[in-house]
Ligand binder design. Sequence first.
Ligand code: GLU
Length: 428
Amino acid sequence: MASIEKLPAEEAQLEWNTPLFRTALAQFEQAIPYAEINESIIARLSSPERAVMVAVPIRRDAGNVDVFPAYRVQHSSVLGPTKGGIRYDPHVTLGECAALAVWMTWKCALLRLPYGGAKGGIRCNPRALSPGELQRLTRRYTAELMGVIGPQEDIPAPDMATNEQTMAWMMDTYSMQVGHAVPEIVTGKPIALGGSLFRREATGAGVVMVIERACRRLGWTLADQRCVVQGFGNVGGIAAQELSSKGALVVGISDVSGGIHAPDGLDLEAARNWIAAHGSLEDFPAEHVTNAELLELPCDILVLAALEDQLTGENAPRIDTRLIAEGANGPTSIEADAILAERGIPVLPDVLTNAGGVTVSYFEWVQDLGRLFWTRDEIRARLAEKLGDAFDRVWALADAKGISLRQAALVAGINEVAAALKARGIYP
Ligand code: GLU
């Protein structure tokens, strides 16, 4: 029987062997001793079930044709259709998509959503593409994935540099191929197409729901905390706004151009207006810091809502915070995790903390399938209930087993998948 211990890493993981996939696998290995799992299930969950690579050609505005590498990786379909975002980024690789698909499996299982994990993306620089080029790229990519995605097979959603418009193009392309409207093929759609109220805010708002619950457990008052938020997009921007609306002081934020800092609190509305007018925080009238400096600013809560691999063995010893919340996927390396644990700084892990997005995606899919739509308040309340329940289970497991919150979150997710795999057995 194959297991990750028995097969050399290069042999078992040849195709996905990238730093991010190794991180995902190392986290899995750290959770295994505490999970109810056997060797064959370990082997099954150590590799994605399916990965698709396509070369996507589009006609550029200048008239020439360019071809972009693109991927869709489905990690586990044991609990239901696979689910996960599509990202447009110059660093997208098969290994990155595979790692992110693994995390989606644990995330969906932890939240008890009837899904497995997937992730896809196109390796491109979205900032260098016109809206017309982005539309042609999205439509051709969707056409290449016919037969791979589907409302009962694999349901895409937005991720880095993709949004409601991207999902509308995907939905339209898929629907035109099958001959009728299929809103349930993607989530994170415009409301006009069967999108869910509160989906856009869900990830950022969910991050703050988890932080709030953690503060209560730690005996802190959220309104007394000074926060730094890395990333000011759909996750970080909303998280910063929610933190501030709950009375917390946001002393640092950042976007692609770098960070800004104000120990007495930043004017978030002015920052938002500046970005709307100028495209980024560059030249915003405030003290500017680099991205690396932002992460080391003194604060009580550090929210990582930008990219993967931000806290590493190099900077973790200097992080000056009391609590870390992972709004992005994979922002903390294995080395940083160990250093932060030693320093007694709890990390609210990605698979729990940013699960608000996929949870409201699930609500959207359920509403689309039933052709019946819920109110914003109903969705917000259902999200708070789901995240609160997952948080309490993770906290209790971490306490009971004396493990980190990340290990506990993964163990909780892995146990759900392993139990289903065991019950289903191997086909044929
Ligand atoms: N891309 C988001 C994530 O990483 C959302 C996925 C979804 O809604 O399916 O969780």
